[in-house]
Ligand binder design. Structure first.
Ligand code: ATP
Ligand code: MG
Length: 279
């Protein structure tokens, strides 16, 4: 297995409080891993460490083999464009249209010819299941589900190999959440992404996640398939999966996922675009 993220014996201190102590986590190429844990347990902080936005007091975080915080600026530049992120409270820029929000990372690169901007943005818009006419809309004209899709398109615009999602379905109604999860499954299948996702939504775990890492008591207390994690005797885990343990059995998860693959393609990657996906 090919490790893409290696968090090794990390201790994080914020505002004088120890958030993580001796935390270890490895994420492998092509897997979708979910991070669960109580509010304030340090999930967003762990994503920020993986993105190099926070620095651990002790320990190391390596992405694509590069130790963050210690690698040369040039190396960091190279890896920075290999990931995309959808932040927990990351809103779209309200003064920019959908098109300009998605185009932003491309424009920041400064090396993309202007003539290429439009086809690249419209491709991503289609990949996340939005219509061409949505490009001209302002963020205030979008539904919650559409905002998430636009944010996802922006996170995908540089064709990352690695995607960080912090509570991607929070605040969505059950139907929009279901569509979003279906979309993630499609993108994962079509683009072969590695995904690290914070979520408190059992349905999301059920539909798309290969492995669940549980953050509690300042470290990762378990990281295993859903069927194993759901049965852990830890109080947080018991509470989290209350009423869901039976449906998390391996066979039931498999059957459910097969049934998802059988249903309509709504929100998926249009077949015509699949070969163009450059990942
Ligand atoms: N910049 C900061 N300065 C001081 N303390 C911080 C800072 N950012 C986060 N914290 C604290 O670190 C702890 C972990 O925060 P974090 O946002 O990682 O939690 P979380 O697990 O993502 O929670 P939630 O599920 O509510 O999003 C919290 O106690 C929070 O108050
Ligand atoms: Mg958080």
């Amino acid at each position: 297995m090919d490790p893409i993220i290696e968090v090794d014996n990390v201790t994080t201190v914020l505002g004088g409080h120890v958030i993580h102590r001796g935390l270890n986590l490895t994420v492998h190429r092509g897997e979708v891993i979910a991070l669960i844990g109580g509010s304030g347990s340090g999930k967003t902080t762990l994503l920020r460490l993986m993105l190099g936005l926070d620095v651990p007091r002790e320990g190391t975080v390596k992405i694509f083999g590069h130790p963050l915080g210690r690698c040369a600026a040039r190396d960091l530049e190279c890896v920075r464009y290999r990931w995309g992120a959808l932040f927990q409270h990351g809103a779209l820029f309200s003064a920019l249209s959908v098109f300009d929000n998605i185009a932003l990372p491309l424009r920041e690169l400064k090396s993309v010819p202007p003539a290429l901007l439009k086809p690249l943005v419209m491709l991503k818009l289609a990949q996340v299941g939005l219509k061409p006419e949505d490009a001209a809309k302002q963020p205030s004209e979008l539904s919650g589900g559409m905002v998430k899709r636009v944010s996802l398109a922006r996170a995908l615009i540089l064709d990352p190999q690695l995607l960080f999602l912090d509570e991607p379905t929070a605040g969505l109604d059950p139907d929009s959440a279901k569509q979003f999860v279906k979309l993630l499954r499609k993108l994962r299948q079509e683009l072969g992404l590695t995904v690290v996702m914070v979520t408190h939504d059992v349905d999301t775990l059920f539909a798309v996640v290969d492995r669940v890492a549980v953050l509690a008591d300042q470290h990762i207390i378990a990281s295993a398939p859903l069927s194993e994690v759901a049965r852990l005797p830890h109080p947080f885990v018991r509470n989290f999966f209350l009423g869901h343990v039976e449906r998390c059995a391996e066979e039931d998860v498999k059957r459910f996922r097969l049934s998802l693959d059988d249903t309509s393609d709504e929100g998926g990657v249009p077949a015509v675009l699949r070969d163009e996906a450059n990942v």
